[in-house]
Design a protein around this ligand. Structure first.
Ligand code: AMP
Ligand code: GLY
Length: 422
C-alpha cells in the first residue's frame, strides 16, 4: 500500500522511520517532511493544511491511507474534508474528525467531556467576557498558583501559571482581550495540580484500544526544569513510577471512560489519543488531551514498538484493532533534542550541520532540518532528536549524549539532565 504522512517534525520522522520498516508499505510519502524523512520516504512539498493540494497528492500517488502527524489539520477538519469528497471518502485518515479533534482544539470542550464521563481532572471554570465576574470569584476562591488556559490552539503557548492573584486577574483580562487572538476569547481557569507528569498514548478504532509505551517529556529549556517552555527537549520511556498499579488506574479510570465517551457521543475517532497526565500522590489526573502523538515522546516511543506499525494503523482504519498485536520492546528508549541557540526565543536558521557519519548506536530523527547545497542545514528551533536504546534509561541516555556531542552546528544546545527527576 501507499501511505501519505502529513507533517514535518521529529515526530513525523520517527513515524516515517517506523512505517517504512513495514513489509506492507510499497511507497511512503511525507508532506512536507524534512531532510530526515527524505531518507525513509519521498518528500512532497505541500503543506499539511492545504487540503485541496493534499487531495491532489492522494490522487496522483494512489495513496491508500493518510496518517496525520500534527493537530492543526485535524482540528481544521481534514478527515471531514475526505469524508465529504467522493474521490477521497474511501481513503482512511488516521485521526479524529473535527468534532473529536475538539478534545485538543478546545480546552473547554475537553473539560466538559471529562465532566460528562467522570474522568479525573482539575476543577475548573470556563470564562468569557460575559461571565468575567464568575471567573474573578473562582480565582479568589483558589489557592495559588493560578492556571489560565486559552481555550483554543495556541502553539503550546496558551497556558499561564501565575503566582499572585493580581497577576492572574490581569492576565485573565489580557487573554479575554486577545492576548492569544481568538484562541483566548474563552479561558479555562483550573485548579493547580502538583505532581510529576506523564504522557500516555492510546491507539483506537473508536471501539477498542491499545496502549503504547508511556513516556515522560522535558519541556523547559534549562536543566533542572528551569527557564522557558519549549516544544520538548527530550523524553524517556518507560517511566519508572508508571508501574502496573498506576497504569491500571489510568486504564480503568481514564482510558476506558474516554473510549466509552467517544462511542456514546458517536465521535468519528480512529487514531491517536495522547493523555497528558499528572501523578497526584499516586492518583492519575488528566491535564490535557491531544489528538496526535507527542513530540519528542514519539522519538522514544516508536523505538519500543516491535510490531508492524502499519498493521496497527490498518486496525484503526478498518475497525479491527482488537485483533491486532502490539508487542513492546522491553528495553528503555530515550531521546535528547538538539536545539538552535536562542530557542525558544529568536534563533537563526540555515546553520550547516556536520557529524552525522560519526554517530554510532543512536538513531537520529530530524526535527527542523533542510537539505541545502551545503548539505543539511538547521531549519527550526528543535533541530534533531538523538534517540537510543539501553538496558535502562541511564545506558540509553549515555549513548544519546555521546552522539549528541558529535553533531555540530553553530549555537547547538541540549539538556544534559534528561531523566534527572526519575
Ligand atoms: P497544556 O498545554 O495543557 O499541556 O499545559 C502546559 C503545561 O502546563 C502542562 O504540561 C503542565 O506542566 C502545566 N499545567 C497545565 N495544567 C496544569 C494544572 N492544572 N496544574 C498544574 N500544571 C498544569
Ligand atoms: N511533548 C508534548 C507535546 O507533544 O505536546
Amino acid at each position: 500500500m501507499n501511505i501519505l504522512l502529513l507533517g514535518s517534525g521529529g515526530r513525523e520522522h520517527a513515524l516515517a522511520w517506523k512505517i517504512s520498516q513495514s513489509k506492507k508499505v510499497d511507497q511512503l510519502f511525507i508532506a512536507p517532511g524534512n531532510a530526515g524523512t527524505a531518507a525513509v520516504g519521498t518528500n512532497l512539498d505541500v503543506s499539511a493544511t492545504n487540503f485541496p493540494a493534499v487531495k491532489d497528492l492522494v490522487l496522483q500517488h494512489n495513496i491508500n491511507m493518510v496518517v496525520v502527524g500534527p493537530e492543526v489539520p485535524l482540528v481544521e477538519g481534514i478527515k471531514d474534508f475526505f469524508l465529504q469528497d467522493n474521490q477521497l471518502k474511501n481513503i482512511p485518515v488516521i485521526g479524529p474528525a473535527k468534532e473529536g479533534a475538539q478534545l485538543e482544539g478546545s480546552k473547554d470542550y475537553a473539560k466538559e467531556f471529562m465532566k460528562r464521563h467522570n474522568i479525573p481532572t482539575a476543577q475548573y471554570i470556563s470564562v468569557n467576557k460575559n461571565n468575567l465576574d464568575q471567573g474573578m470569584w473562582f480565582l479568589k476562591a483558589m489557592a495559588p498558583p493560578y492556571v489560565l488556559k486559552a481555550d483554543g490552539l495556541a502553539a503550546g503557548k496558551g497556558v499561564l501559571i501565575l503566582d499572585s492573584l493580581a497577576e492572574a486577574e490581569e492576565e485573565l483580562n489580557a487573554m479575554l482581550n486577545g492576548k492569544f487572538g481568538d484562541s483566548s476569547a474563552t479561558v479555562v481557569i483550573e485548579e493547580f495540580l502538583a505532581g510529576i507528569e506523564l504522557s500516555v498514548f492510546v491507539l483506537t478504532d473508536g471501539k477498542s484500544y491499545k496502549i503504547l509505551p508511556e513516556a515522560k517529556d522535558y519541556k523547559r529549556i534549562g536543566e533542572g526544569d528551569t527557564g522557558l517552555n519549549t516544544g520538548g527537549m527530550g523524553a524517556v520511556s518507560p517511566v519508572p513510577f508508571a508501574d502496573k498499579a498506576f497504569m491500571d488506574k489510568i486504564e480503568t479510570r481514564i482510558i476506558q471512560p474516554t473510549i466509552k465517551g467517544i462511542q456514546e457521543e458517536k465521535l468519528d475517532y480512529t487514531g491517536f489519543i495522547f493523555l497528558g497526565l499528572i501523578n497526584c500522590n499516586g492518583e492519575p489526573k488528566v491535564i490535557e488531551y491531544n489528538v496526535r502523538m507527542g513530540d519528542p515522546e514519539t522519538e522514544a516511543v516508536m523505538l519500543r514498538v516491535k510490531s508492524d506499525f502499519v498493521d496497527l494503523l490498518e486496525g484503526m482504519a478498518e475497525g479491527n484493532l482488537e485483533e491486532k498485536k502490539l508487542d513492546i520492546d522491553e528495553r528503555a528508549a530515550v531521546t535528547v533534542m538538539l536545539v538552535s541557540g536562542g530557542y525558544p526565543g529568536a534563533y537563526e536558521n540555515g546553520k550547516t550541520m556536520s557529524g552525522f557519519d560519526q554517530v554510532k548506536d543512536s538513531i537520529l530523527f530530524h526535527a527542523g532540518t533542510k537539505a541545502a547545497e551545503a548539505g543539511v542545514v538547521t531549519n527550526g528551533g528543535r533541530v534533531i532528536a538523538v534517540s537510543s536504546y539501553g538496558n535502562n534509561m541511564h545506558d540509553a541516555l549515555k549513548k544519546s549524549y555521546e552522539n549528541a556531542e558529535k553533531i555540530s552546528f553553530e549555537g547547538a544546545y541540549y539538556r544534559k539532565d534528561i531523566g534527572f527527576d526519575l
